[in-house]
Design a protein around this ligand. Sequence first.
Ligand code: NAD
Ligand code: DAU
Length: 342
Amino acid sequence: MKLLVTGGAGFIGSNFARYILANHPDDSVVNLDALTYAGNLENLADVQDNPRYTFIHGDITSHRDISKAFREHPIDVIVNFAAESHVDRSLHMGPRAFIQTNILGTQLLLDAARKHKIQRFLQVSTDEVYGSLGPAGAFTEETPLQPNNPYAATKAGADCMVRAATHSHGLDCVITRCSNNFGPYQFPEKLIPLMISTALEDKPLPVYGDGLHVRDWIYVADHCAGIDAALRKGKSGEVYNLGGNYDVPNIQIVKGILKILSKPESLITFVKDRPGHDRRYAMNSSKAQHELGWKPAHHFEDALKTTVEWYVGHPAWWQRIRSGEYREAYEKLYGWRNEQCR
Ligand code: NAD
Ligand code: DAU
């Protein structure tokens, strides 16, 4: 099977591309990525010479770039990771790039999927489309969509366009909605890599509000396995929740990182809260467990330790990002510009 993986130079997309190449020897991966601030070809340096892997520098909001991918490769399925993915950016820098990539880009990919009659379109979505939970319960696939921030709203919009493509045009589509990922190659703007890299620099760790907001954490390899299962065994038109069964307050995560690094809790600094900050996410993934035979295989504590060790062992990777050096390299290589995301 030939997979068009969009956003494959980002955190989860790069882990997924590596997962497919390692676990499916007959599959090949075409990675279409615009290399925004979050895309980094170093994430896939170990597979760049694999004959089953191809990189195309292209934008999912460009009809021309998508057509080029289809012209050059007989694509069987699309797995759409490409997105503006950071909630704080959607709040502080405006939603425009989010609307363009997350909604318009998804629609252009759906159009191409129809035109080229591909076998399946898999949309990588998020638990954030469901909004926030009270003190009890968990999101199911039947929970109404109630996105509370611009990022989540655009992901919900994309999910609706995917649903419409199946309902109106009979396109074979599956949506996965996952909880908070962590693991190697995560951009150090997100909680866990931000806290690890900041603690390694002995700088204050910014915890929003009271630190008691709850997220459901999943190791990225488990998310990749869930997407793979949905791609091969999921039913067209269905949504599958993928969660880590590990929902805890942010402060517990931060303290856990400091403990692994043997750094003092005095580094923790409570800062102004994120506007409209969702209080609690938790996932019920029993549908994926029963219909796909999937459940997370990694224990949180072990996976967090592995992740911390990865960042400790790869200082050049995150220091280059934090210093902005890698962006200068891309500007030279591709003339890359993404003013909205700076
Ligand atoms: P990321 O920000 O690390 O990577 C996004 C990638 O998409 C980058 O490589 C970027 O260059 C690329 N991209 C952005 N705009 C593009 C465009 N217009 N055309 C082509 N490529 C473009 O994101 P991530 O954390 O790896 O998330 C990947 C997907 O998974 C997203 O769709 C996100 O909504 C979803 N998701 C993420 C999480 C999480 O915890 N990180 C959880 C659930 C779902
Ligand atoms: O739930 C899935 C979502 O998880 C994905 O769809 C998003 O793409 C991904 O970015 C993530 O969104 P969150 O907003 O939950 O992740 P983030 O890492 O930004 O924040 C996690 C929690 O930590 C959240 O409650 C806010 C808090 N936080 C975050 C940062 C960056 C802090 O307290 N301090 C920080 O500096």
